[in-house]
Design a binder for this molecule. Structure first.
Ligand code: BG6
Length: 486
C-alpha cells in the first residue's frame, strides 16, 4: 500500500450492528485512516435492523470499537472517523430501506464531496445476499455509469457446490463478476501475502520447491477456542467447510502454485485455480483411509449445537496435487478447535540427506530440513537444519534460524481486513476468491461430504479438548512413516 490512497468512496455496511463491524471492519478502517490510506472524500454508512438514530449509533460504536489487540482507540483520532459515520435502519426485504440508503448516499456524497463510488459490504447471513443485492439493484445502486459500485460478500459462499452456484446465480442477476469481491480474511494476513514474494523474489528457494527436494508439506490451522457463540452456524458447517475448503485451500494454492506471469490482472488467480484443478478427486477408499474427522468432547453441549450432532470440529487429511512439480508429494492438512494452542503454519519438509557420515548420529535420527511459514500468532519464518553439537564427538542436533515479523518490521497488530478493504476500494480483486476457485474448492471436498453423508451411522471419533485430535489423525500420517510436527 505504501503511500497510496484509496479511491474516494462511501463504505456501506449491511449488517452494521453485528460483531464483525465492531471487531474487524471499523478497526481496519481506523488503521487505514491512521496510516494515511484513506482520502478526505470518504464516509461510512451502517445499515442494520435495530431502530436507532445516528447519534445513538455513533455513541454505541465509540464505546465498542477496539484496536486489533483490544486497546481503546484514541478519542481524538476516532472523532475523525465518527464525523463520517452514518446509520440507516430497516428490514432488508423492504424496498423503502433501499430508498433511504439511496437518499443518504446522495446526501453524504454532497456533504463530503464524494463521487458515486460505493463499496457495499454484505456482513449478513448468506441467505440474505440475494435479497440485499436485489434491493440495491432495484434502487439503481449497482449501476456504474458515473462511478464504481462493488460488493464484498462474507463467507461462507455456499454450503456445497450446488448451493454456491445457486448463490452466485442470484448475485449475478444484479452484478458482474468484476463487481463481486468474495472475501477470505486469511488472504488479508501479511504472512499469507508474503508467500509469493518469499518464493519468487528469492532465488534460493524456487529451485528446490518441488518433488525432487520436498518430501511432504504439512499445514496446520489449530485453535484452542471452541465454537463459542457461533454454535448455530458452526453446527451446520463443520471444520471441512469452515476452514479447509476456503482458508486452507487458499494458503495451499499460494504455496503450490507456479510462478505467475505477473502479479497484476488475473495472473495470480489463474495460477491458484490450476492447483485446485490438479487435485485428483478422492475415491471412496481414499476418503476412508486418508481423511479423518472428529469432534471434541463436550461439543454437543455448546450453546445452539444440536445434542445428537455429528458435526466435525477436527479434520486431518492427505491429498495430492497431480502436476509436474508436485506429483507424489503428499500434502497433509489438519485443523481443529479446542486443540492445545492457536497456531497456523505451513511446513515444507525437505528430503533427508541420503547417507549418514556422522557415526554418533544414526541416519533415522537425522532430522529433515523444514522451512516453516508461521502464519500466526508468532508470525515469521524458520528454517530448521542440523548442526554439530560442540565437543569431541560427531553428534548432531536440530537448530532453527528464525525470522520474526514483529521484531524486524516493528509492526503493530492489524485485523487482517486492512489490505482487503483497501484493495476493494482500489479495484484489485487479486486477494479475493474468483467463482471458479470457489467451485474448484467445493469440487475437491465434494467426495468427502458425500461419503460422510452416506455414512450417517458411522461413529465420529472424539478427542479430548487440549489434545492434538484423535489417534486416527496420527495413524493417517504414521502409515506413511511420517509424523505431525509438534
Ligand atoms: C473463520 C472461521 O473464518 O476463521 C472461524 O469461521 C475461525 O471458525 C476463524 O475461528 C479463524 O480465524 P483466525 O484469523 O483467528 O485464524
Amino acid at each position: 500500500m505504501s503511500n497510496r490512497r484509496a479511491d474516494p468512496c462511501v463504505f456501506v455496511i449491511f449488517g452494521a450492528s453485528g460483531d464483525l463491524t465492531r471487531s474487524k471492519l471499523l478497526p481496519a478502517i481506523f488503521n487505514l485512516a491512521e496510516d494515511g490510506h484513506l482520502p478526505d472524500e470518504f464516509a461510512i454508512l451502517g445499515v442494520a435492523r435495530p431502530p436507532m438514530d445516528q447519534a445513538a449509533y455513533r455513541t454505541q460504536l465509540r464505546e465498542q470499537v477496539r484496536r486489533a489487540e483490544g486497546e481503546l482507540l484514541q478519542p481524538e483520532k476516532w472523532a475523525r472517523i465518527e464525523e463520517r459515520l452514518y446509520y440507516v435502519s430497516g428490514e432488508f426485504n423492504d424496498a423503502a430501506l433501499f430508498d433511504r440508503v439511496k437518499h443518504m448516499l446522495a446526501e453524504i456524497g454532497e456533504r463530503h464531496h464524494i463521487p458515486p463510488n460505493d463499496l457495499f459490504y454484505f456482513a449478513v447471513p448468506p441467505d440474505l445476499f440475494g435479497t440485499v443485492a436485489d434491493g440495491l439493484a432495484k434502487a439503481d445502486l449497482l449501476r456504474e455509469d458515473e462511478g464504481w459500485r462493488r460488493v464484498i460478500v462474507e463467507k461462507p459462499f455456499g454450503y456445497d457446490l450446488e448451493s454456491a452456484r445457486a448463490l452466485n446465480a442470484e448475485l449475478r442477476k444484479a452484478l458482474r463478476e468484476s463487481q463481486i469481491y468474495r472475501i477470505d480474511h486469511y488472504l488479508g494476513k501479511e504472512t499469507v501475502q508474503n508467500i509469493p514474494p518469499f518464493r519468487f523474489a528469492n532465488g534460493i528457494f524456487e529451485p528446490i520447491w518441488n518433488r525432487r527436494y520436498v518430501d511432504h508439506v504439512q499445514m496446520t490451522v489449530a485453535e484452542d477456542a471452541g465454537v463459542g457463540r457461533r454454535g448455530a452456524y458452526y453446527d451446520k458447517a463443520g471444520a471441512l467447510r469452515d476452514i479447509v475448503q476456503n482458508h486452507m485451500f487458499q494458503v495451499m494454492t499460494l504455496v503450490a502454485m507456479e510462478p505467475p506471469i505477473s502479479f497484476g490482472g488475473e495472473d495470480v488467480r489463474d495460477e491458484k485455480v490450476r492447483v485446485l484443478h490438479a487435485m485428483p478427486p478422492l475415491t471412496r477408499d481414499e476418503v476412508a483411509r486418508h481423511v479423518v474427522r472428529a469432534q471434541y468432547s463436550g461439543y454437543t453441549k455448546e450453546p445452539n449445537v444440536d445434542p445428537p450432532s455429528r458435526t466435525e470440529t477436527f479434520v486431518a487429511m492427505r491429498l495430492f496435487i497431480d502436476n509436474w512439480r508436485w506429483a507424489g508429494v503428499p500434502f497433509y492438512l489438519r485443523t481443529g478447535k479446542r486443540l492445545p494452542r492457536r497456531v497456523t503454519e505451513v511446513a515444507v519438509q525437505f528430503k533427508r540427506a541420503p547417507l549418514m557420515l556422522f557415526k554418533d548420529t544414526p541416519v533415522h535420527a537425522l532430522s529433515s530440513n523444514a522451512l516453516v511459514l508461521r502464519i500466526q500468532p508468532d508470525e515469521g519464518i524458520s528454517l530448521c537444519f542440523d548442526a554439530k553439537v560442540p565437543g569431541p564427538f560427531e553428534r548432531l542436533d536440530t537448530v532453527t534460524m528464525n525470522f520474526n515479523y514483529a521484531e524486524y518490521f516493528k509492526t503493530e497488530p492489524t485485523t487482517g481486513y486492512e489490505t482487503l478493504l483497501f484493495d476493494a476500494m482500489t479495484g484489485d480483486q487479486t486477494l479475493f476468491h474468483r467463482m471458479d476457485m470457489v467451485e474448484a474448492g467445493w469440487q475437491a471436498v465434494a467426495p468427502i461430504l458425500d461419503e460422510w453423508k452416506k455414512d450417517a451411522s458411522a461413529r465420529v471419533p472424539t478427542y479430548e479438548p487440549g489434545t492434538w485430535g484423535p489417534s486416527e489423525a496420527d495413524l493417517l500420517i504414521e502409515r506413511d512413516s511420517r509424523q505431525w510436527r509438534d
